[in-house]
Write a protein of this length. Structure first.
Length: 55
């Protein structure tokens, strides 16, 4: 488990992009998509907490 608060903004944005690309893959199952969405939401929340991402 990665501690998002310890990651730099650059690392978070990179991880967010990677997750979004994985979600768009045609062979992503529903379960994988839901897990990726959950991870994406956590990163979004951390970036918003830092003031790096607008609502």
């Amino acid at each position: 488990m990665t501690i998002l608060a310890a990651m730099s903004t650059k690392e978070l944005r990179s991880k967010l992009c990677d997750l979004l690309i994985q979600r768009m893959a045609l062979d992503t199952t529903k379960e994988e998509w839901e897990k990726l969405t959950e991870q994406t939401n956590k990163i979004d929340a951390e970036l918003k907490r830092r003031g790096e991402l607008l609502s």
